[in-house]
Design a protein. Sequence first.
Length: 233
Amino acid sequence: MTTTTPAPDSARIERPGRAGGGAAGPAQIAPPPKMRRRPAMVALSVALICVGGLASAWAWQSTSNAQEVLTVRETVHRGEVIEEADLVAVQIGLDPAIQAVPAADLSTLVGKRAALDIAAGGVVTADQVTDAMVPPKGYAVVGLSLTAAMLPTDQIIVPGDLVRVVTTAGEAGAAVEPGTEIPTYAASVVGVSIDEITGNTLVNVQVARPKAAIVGALAANGQVALVLDSQEQ
């Protein structure tokens, strides 16, 4: 009679999933899923990082270029005395070409007059302020509405320029005879702006008071041109 000796416990191999196999063996861990790279998402992430960097650089530059300058609370018209209550200090970024008056110079403006109209909220610049009355005694300011043909080409007219108001032909196409003396009126520019409707250049000129009525009448009829003279006296 043959006797079969059972195998020792250590030699038994338990196979999971077999009925009656006793305790289950260690669970098999599935490998992690492979991540798929999406080029569009990568590109979007890079773009967002670049935009964030540019925004930060712009904010830093805006802050570093900011300076404290003076503005006016309400419109100060030409010739009016500037009072301390008219001025307010603000910190903004400005183009270095703009000669804004620093807030530290507030006391130097009080008591002076506006050489030009300064709109409410506008930054005060050095050429907008004067110690003298505008216009001074014996003078008057006349407004001219000039087309491109009535102004020097490629020349920028600015306040302070010395100019002459020249009388043009009274009738369209009328020729000027040689040797004819053309009436001209010495003037200085006190203000320049652009008419947004017509595109004309609006120039305020200061002329001797006796000539103001003549220049005004000629300007109203479009019979003037502006000549820019040398600024050397």
